[in-house]
Design a protein around this ligand. Structure first.
Ligand code: V47
Ligand code: SF4
Length: 394
């Protein structure tokens, strides 16, 4: 009765979906066409059964999070991505910020007494933030706090700064490694389909360039993440094509850790007329990501973007990671209209969120080494201060 295939049969789905379910449950890779069929025909209940089964096989109830903060050096950008609510065009510098190296280091130092393991650095693209700027910054961060993992910049910035410095991607990524870069976040991927990318991504690096820079980084023995911006003008086929290109690179290098679907939010940007997709579509998308991306260990729901409630629900639909404490240090989603206007959760709150839906919270570092297993953890007074426990479901 508890056999997932029995559950699927009871749903009475068509032969096509039943065959896809058989394949996924037998750990056979599903094709591009089958991925599109899932998007076109599969209901949330069907996808939930499959994605949850795959998640449980890989991770059981384990749900990962980390303690991190973001630094966004600038929100001024010379690109003009039409989905971006964050960038202030160079010509209209009214409410923009541009931190100096010293100001960024001051932000880093303000975390000196806090048990964070990762700094996530990403922002707009400006000529003054060049190879020398970032090399010097990474070196100084490492000098100051060697154990702090630097997850920084995306192929969007790297392509721009290497081109400006007239150095190859290979040379550039080696330089970044030497300066102290530990890993690359998944941003800037958007949607790889060239036509859609041309419409929404404001002239930044191409899909092949994005993939090339990750390939080079992986071949240096390092890890990165991958995102997909969905729910705007792309079709289901574009989403599957995007995931397929990532799955192929992962076959080649094995360097991706986490796939992070990012829901398009429509406040205050050039695509505000495009309606946002529903939370049912968010959950379907996570589940299809889990089923299709058979060579990715982790699927992440980024809670500042979808909100805490959908993040909790997503744990039943293939997601095993909900990112970090954040400490209200990112503006990307706040400015795009997320319901999380001051994204910050204490460790106790994140753990509570995960426990409330019957999952097992594990604090990880950026590379998924376990920092703390919270099962039976005894909270200190300091950690509980200001925390109101949430009721658990089991
Ligand atoms: O590339 C920008 C997205 C990304 C909007 O690797 C938007 O752990 C929705 O990549 N609506 C940057 N999305 C953020 C990112 C990320 C976030 C968290 C964790 C990690 C990781 C990576 O944000 C951009 C773009 O796809 N974005 N504007 C918007 N209006
Ligand atoms: Fe610039 Fe990034 Fe915004 Fe595009 S998404 S305009 S590259 S800050």
């Amino acid at each position: 009765m508890n056999d997932p295939m029995n559950k699927i049969k009871q749903l009475g789905v068509d032969a096509d979906l039943e065959r896809i379910a058989e394949k996924a449950l037998h750990q056979e890779r599903i094709s591009i066409e089958e991925g599109v069929s899932l998007y076109e025909k599969a209901a949330l209940g069907f996808l939930g059964i499959l994605a949850d089964e795959i998640r449980i096989r890989r991770h059981g109830k384990k749900t990962y999070f980390n303690r991190n903060f973001h630094v966004e050096p600038t929100n001024i950008c010379l690109y003009t991505c039409s989905f971006c609510s964050y960038s202030r065009l160079i010509k209209q510098r009214t409410d923009g910020w541009e931190y100096t190296e010293e100001e960024i280091l001051d932000i880093i130092k303000s975390y000196d007494n806090k048990p964070v393991t990762e700094v996530h650095i990403v922002g707009g693209v400006l000529p003054k933030y060049d190879v020398d700027f970032y090399s010097s910054l990474f070196k100084k961060i490492k000098n100051h706090r060697p154990q702090l993992h630097i997850k920084a910049l995306t192929p969007v910035e790297y392509h721009y700064i290497f081109k400006k410095a007239k150095i190859s991607y290979q040379e550039g990524m080696e330089k970044m490694l030497e300066a102290g870069l530990d890993s690359m976040p998944g941003g800037g991927a958007e949607i790889f389909d060239e036509e859609i990318r041309k419409e929404i991504a404001g002239g930044k690096c191409s899909s092949d360039q994005w993939l090339d820079i990750h390939r080079i980084w992986h071949k240096l023995g390092k890890r990165s993440n991958a995102t997909m911006l969905y729910g705007h003008i792309e079709t289901f086929a574009h989403r599957v094509d995007h995931m397929d290109r990532l799955r192929n690179l992962q076959d080649e290098t094995g360097g991706f850790q986490t796939f992070i679907p990012l829901k398009f939010r429509n406040k205050d940007n050039m695509m505000s007329h495009v309606e946002e997709v529903s939370c049912i579509e968010d959950l379907r998308n996570y589940a299809i990501g889990r089923i299709f991306m058979d060579n990715f260990d982790h699927i992440k729901a980024y809670w500042p973007m979808i909100g805490r409630d959908t993040a909790q629900l997503s744990l039943q639909f293939g997601v095993d990671d909900i990112d970090g404490t954040i400490d209200d240090t990112t503006k990307i989603y706040t400015m795009a209209g997320s319901e999380e206007q001051t994204p910050a959760l204490s460790t106790r709150e994140l753990v509570g969120l995960i426990e409330q839906v019957g999952k097992a919270p594990i604090e990880r570092d950026t590379l998924y080494n376990v920092v703390q297993n919270y099962e039976g953890y005894e909270w200190g007074e300091e950690e509980l201060r200001g925390y109101i426990p949430l009721p658990t479901t089991n």
